[in-house]
Design a protein around this ligand. Sequence first.
Ligand code: PLP
Length: 416
Amino acid sequence: MSKKKDTPPNWHPETRALHAGWHPDEPADPVVPSWEPSTVFTHPQTGLSADSWSYTRLGNPNRTQLESALASLEGGKEAVTFASGMAAVQAVFHMLQPGDHVLLPDDLYHGVRNLILGQYRRWGLTFDFVDMTDIDAVEKASGDNTRLLWMESPSNPMLKITDIAGLAGLARNKGWLSVVDNTWMTPVMQRPLDLGADMVLYSTTKYIGGHSDSLGGALVLGDAGPGDSEPGDSEPGDSEPEDAGHGLEKVLRTYQIQAGAVPSPFDCWMLIRSLKTLYARVRTQSANAQLIAGRLFQHHAVEKVYYPGLSSHAGQDIASRQMEMPGAMISFQVKGDAAGAMRVVSASKLIIAATSLGAVESTWEHRKTSEYAESPTPENLIRLSVGIEHPEDIWNDIDQSLDTLYQKDANVNDFQ
Ligand code: PLP
């Protein structure tokens, strides 16, 4: 089984999503790539070389297929995959040294915040959570020891929009590494490498997987970036594949195989399957969300809607420049308190009350109860991940669930 299969560069991403990573081109090749569970592979007669498989932590056919497909879709040089999104996050932080300073959005996925506060603070990393919609504030919060700029746009759960090109440009001028957590967008809707970022991060658990049945993470690296000379260019202890590359790519590949938080061959196989429908799924989800966000905005029981496809959204201008579609995540506050929002969530008959996001089924949750205790997320906020069901069915379910705010004993603050 050959290690890399490139698709013609003139194929559109929708086509590459189906054929990058694996495309049968020899007689009797399976149309679907085989799942390769073996952890060890026989050596060739000339001994182990970079062209042969050796041990699954170091490399596996399914992982290579997935990584080349992800790099191809993102327009990146290389993708490095992990056992979860958080393992990918951790790989980025492990590139830093004690005393280094990190800039992060003040409204970011709470798991990243927890990791920094719970683990990396005691390892001597310093950090600031900043409002990334304000580039001057980001620059002001930086210091001589700043090494990493972390972006997430739209942010989670308030859907703040960051000017990725502006901030990536600032990072490049200052010599900081820039990373965008693009989990909510996928390359279908936003391509941070084209906007100048050094790296894109995914929890593939969400839209890339799309079916709530596979946990994973990925980092996709662009062509340029400060990584060709820094940071922490460590030497591999395991027998690293010789084509591991240079700079960031080499550091991350080495970390991946040494730390060992790699995705299983089966998860990689599942993700290759999911990628085939990525464009169709995500575009449908985003179109559904646009319709639902507009109706929520007009609903008398809704106080505020956060969705970058609405002209009322503060970041709509930047969003329309850097995003192809506004996405399928909507946050909204009901006219009521936490109990009211929870009652709405539990009243749904179609939308599944669950955390996480990006699956083909619509899900929603009372967001604050999924976050850390002091989270600034409003008490009455519901986060909705719109699926591929018929949008009228999703809307009817939301409408009937919002009706529970009117029920006797409902604690509703304000109805016009
Ligand atoms: N980034 C974002 C934006 C997320 O929403 C999540 C998970 O919810 C992660 C990263 C972490 O991914 P995982 O749960 O796959 O570790």
